[in-house]
Design a protein around this ligand. Structure first.
Ligand SMILES: C[S@@+](CC[C@H](N)C(=O)[O-])C[C@H]1O[C@@H](n2cnc3c(N)ncnc32)[C@H](O)[C@@H]1O
Length: 223
């Protein structure tokens, strides 16, 4: 993974370019804006607005990568104050010297948490803060087995054209089975085939306004 290249996206935040896949980790129209819109606003904030009496939330992220969705969830939760159980899958963890050079416009307190998130042990549940528990697993989704149910799934895999094996009916069916009732899966991808496959496995799917530079995104709910 050391052949990754740094790029600055349109909102000034960093992303990484993987030349083997010819693919970026985030939207080049704005990594930070994309993550804030797709995963935080349409995923996490939507959950807390919908379930006002909820005390806790189980989140599963497919593709931890730079940890951007994780740190943004942590920051948002300083307002929301849920007990967050955050599980993240990443078969190819980034090296620390790459992480240290990413710029997500974090202040110094947030940067300390970002380092904690990246530096903490894999395969252990770690308390990042009183209300934020993180378990990073160095696993491919295919090898991930759990008895837990997830209220929100951040589906942040590389695009279907680049990693088609992660956008199949079998994968969505596996995710549907571990989504809690009324739980959601959010993804930046709005492809018709992806929407139909999510519906096929049982989700009810909304096409929502996308982040800057992208017309639409998808939110799938297990009703
Ligand atoms: C589009 S990037 C997004 C990463 C991350 N969410 C971020 O904000 O940086 C996709 C991530 O999925 C990871 N990945 C690749 N294959 C995977 C698999 N089979 N299961 C889970 N994650 C995978 C990649 O290594 C990469 O970190």
């Amino acid at each position: 993974m050391s052949n990754l290249h740094f790029k600055t996206t349109a909102d000034g935040s960093s992303t990484l370019y993987n030349p083997l896949l010819d693919e970026h980790y985030h939207s080049i129209h704005g990594a930070l804006q994309e993550s804030l819109h797709v995963f935080i606003k349409m995923g996490f904030v939507n959950f807390s607005n919908t379930f006002k009496t909820a005390k806790s939330v189980n989140i599963l992220e497919i593709g931890f990568g730079s940890g951007l969705n994780c740190i943004l969830t942590y920051i948002e939760n300083l307002k929301t104050q849920l007990n967050v159980n955050y599980t993240a899958l990443e078969p190819f963890p980034l090296e620390m010297d790459i992480v240290e050079n990413l710029d997500f416009n974090l202040n110094s307190k947030q940067l300390d948490i970002f380092k904690l998130i990246h530096g903490c042990l894999w395969e252990e549940t770690v308390s990042i803060q009183e209300k934020f528990f993180l378990q990073k697993s160095q696993l491919e989704l295919d090898s991930f087995n759990t008895i837990n149910l997830y209220d929100i799934i951040y589906f942040d895999a590389f695009a279907p054209m680049k990693q088609p094996e992660l956008w199949t009916v079998d994968v969505f069916s596996k995710l549907f089975n571990i989504t809690s009732i009324n739980g959601t899966l959010v993804t930046y991808c709005a492809k018709g085939q992806v929407r139909r496959d999510l519906e096929h496995v049982g989700y009810s799917v909304e096409r929502l306004e996308g982040p800057p530079g992208k017309r639409e995104m998808l939110r799938a709910t297990k009703v």
